[in-house]
Every structure is written in C-alpha cells, then in structure tokens.
Design a protein around this ligand. Structure first.
Ligand code: FMN
Length: 362
C-alpha cells in the first residue's frame, strides 16, 4: 500500500524532532576520517587570501565544495527549515537538497514547503529528492513534477534498505529499483545523484550505478546521523519492541564515510559527494583529498535552521574558513590542488584501502 500523505508528514516531523532531541549519531562507529592524516606543509608560499575554494560540480559553480544535505519538507515547520537553509545556501554560494518529496505530489500546500527553497535561492544549486523504494509507484511525469517543483539542478534518489527495515511503517521492497534508476537517468533530462542516508555506498553498488547512467554518487556513510537510531526511537514511542531492538542492533551498520569514498573512487569515475558525519572544514579537506568532488552536511545545520538563516550561514561559513585554513597548511591553493595533497592512511581505513585493491566479485 502506498503511504498516505498525512502518515508521511507525521513521520517526517518525528524524524526532525528525534534528530534534535535524542542522540542519533553513530555510537561505536566513526567516519574513519580520523585515520587520514594530511601532511603539513610549513612552506606553502601562499597567503590566506590566495586560497580559492571555488569548485564546479555537475556544471554548477560553488563558492566552496559544500552542499546542505536532504532533510525535510511537507509540513509548516519543514517549510520554515527549507526557507532558512535555502537563504543561507544562496548567500554563501553553496548548494542544498530538499527532503523526500513524495507527499508533495498530492498536496499543493506541501509542495510550497519545498518550492520555498527555489524562491529563497534563485541561483543556488538545488537537489530534488525521492526514495528508491518509492520509484515503483511513480511515473516519469511525476518525477519531472518533483524536479520542476524546485526547478532543481539535480535529482537525488535515496537508497535506504536499513531504514525501511527498522521503520515502523517501512516497506523493505527494493526489487526493480536499479531498472527504474536506469530509466530515470535516461529519460528525466536532469542529472541524477544516487545517495545513501547514512550507511555508505560500496564499490559493487557504485559500479551498478555507473552502468545505470547516474551522474554522481553521494556516499552518505557511517559516522554521522544513524537512521537505524532515529527509527529505533520512533519504534520505542509506538511500543514496537522488535523494531526498536533491530534499530539498536544496526545502529552503527554500514560503510564508514572515508571507506566509502575510497571504495567508490576505486570503482567508478563519477563525481563523489562525501557526506555522513562531515562536521568541520578539516573533515571536508580530508574527503576532497581522498577523491570526493564536494561534501555534504545535514544534522549540524538542522537546529540552526529551526531558528534563522543566519545560524545556518554562520555554521557553514565557519566550516569553509576551516577548509581554507587546512588548504593553507597543506599548501593547496585551490580545490584541484587539495585533491592531490599527500596523506597517510592508518588503522581500519588502511584495511579498507587494501581491500579496495582486490578484484570485484559479484
Ligand atoms: C532530519 C533528517 C532528515 C533527513 N531526510 C532525508 C530525506 O528525506 N532524503 C534523503 O535522501 N536523506 C535524508 N536525510 C539524510 C541526509 O541527507 C544525510 O544523508 C545523512 O543525514 C548523513 O549526513 P549527516 O551525518 O551530516 O547528518 C535526512 C537527515 C536528517 C538529519
């Protein structure tokens, strides 16, 4: 049964409230970015003002390699959040994704909580969003309507098998998703980004996505927001003890963000978005050095977005300033140079790196 609009709205509100109230970040697992050491350069021969963080992603110019990741839409509160996120993205020359838009197909009021993003950000790179599991119910014209709703520069399709498993009203039905991704990539006329929601993308999946014709992959790995954790708390509220237990068991499940970048980079030539637990400009720099084209953050800007665009912009500007600082101490004048800085990989990330050299087996 397709989920009803009001049910989707309640679920989204829950997701926001739980992310703000409870600790739903990875517990035992990390991004493994701590296993990356960028090499210090004491003779950068650069002034801070020489550093240029501009970059191009999917033919769009960004002032810095940073996207606000998909979070919300559909409710009044969500409209306010999207409005504030968009104002901040526009002011800083960054990009932004909206949350899953399924509910907005049936409701004009819901659609406005997404389209506010384009209203407040006429020039920023905006990403539409839909779940892979929902594709089976949607026609190509409906997908195009989602894109038109925010005049999106790209469409993100999120893959979330673990979340659907733990979610009280989840539908863990993923058969046929690859075919639909292929069809949409061919027919929709807008670049398609396939993303996880916090469990990371493996090299096997990356290879299949490249064959499907997608334009970019957002790894959304382990180390930041855990959707098993969010759904664990939602299940607890509903006295669904088996689901709650499942969420607890899989809280830290998935591929750490740094490992996922290495896996995907090794397997395909597509641009990579690095997200999942990216929290600082130093994290951003490490992701770029590992091979990502751009980085993304969700949870860190959510609380600020409930209040104002200024708080969001403040957090993002600090991260960009930290990225600049990292570029100076690694001697990287621009993002291309940052992609080439030398770094050491240790610990568990080194194991992942070794494994990524092995032949892919299906
Ligand atoms: C409150 C909240 C809602 C989210 N909703 C969506 C969504 O609708 N679609 C989607 O693709 N990802 C969604 N995500 C996942 C994020 O886009 C991102 O992949 C993930 O949170 C990892 O980033 P983080 O560790 O910086 O939070 C959501 C994340 C949060 C925190």
């Amino acid at each position: 049964m397709p989920k009803k609009t009001s049910q989707i709205e309640d679920r989204k509100l829950d997701g926001i409230q739980i992310t703000l109230k409870e600790n739903v970040q990875a517990r035992g697992a990390t991004t493994l970015l701590e296993d990356v050491t960028l090499i210090n350069n004491s003779l950068p021969e650069l002034n801070l003002e020489d550093i240029n963080t501009e970059t191009t992603f999917l033919n769009h110019k960004f002032s810095a390699p940073l996207l606000i990741e998909a979070m919300t839409g559909g409710t009044k509160e969500a409209g306010k959040i999207n409005g504030n996120l968009a104002t901040a993205a526009e002011a800083l020359g960054l990009g932004m994704g909206v949350g899953s838009q399924r509910a907005a197909l049936d409701s004009e009021a819901a659609a406005e909580t997404y389209s506010i993003a384009r209203k407040n950000a006429p020039n920023a790179f905006l990403v539409a969003n839909i779940g892979g599991a929902q594709l089976r119910d949607l026609k190509i014209e409906e997908i195009r309507r989602l894109i038109d709703m925010i005049k999106a520069d790209a469409l993100a399709i999120h893959l979330n098998p673990l979340q659907e498993l733990v979610q009280p009203e989840g539908e863990p039905r993923f058969r046929g998703v690859w075919d639909r991704i292929s069809q949409i990539s061919r027919e929709v006329g807008t670049p398609v980004i396939v993303k996880e929601v916090g469990c990371g993308i493996s090299r096997e999946v990356a290879t299949k996505l490249e064959i499907a014709g997608v334009s970019a992959i957002d790894v959304a790995g382990v180390g930041g927001t855990s959707w098993a954790a969010v759904e664990h708390f939602r299940a607890l509220k509903r006295n669904l003890s088996e689901k709650a237990l499942l969420g607890e068991l899989f809280w830290d499940w998935g591929i750490p963000t740094a490992a996922s970048i290495i896996e995907v980079k090794k397997a395909v030539r597509l641009p990579i978005v690095a997200s999942g637990g990216v929290r600082t400009g130093l994290d951003m720099a490490k992701c770029i050095a590992l091979g990502a084209s751009i980085t993304g953050m969700a949870q860190p800007v959510l609380a600020a977005a409930m209040e104002s665009d200024k708080g969001v912009a403040g957090y993002l500007q600090r991260a960009v300033d930290q990225l600049k600082a990292t570029m100076l101490v690694t001697g990287a004048r621009d993002i291309k140079a940052l992609g080439k800085v030398r770094y050491l990989v240790t610990g568990r990330l080194s194991d992942w790196k070794k494994m990524s050299q092995e032949e892919i087996r299906y």
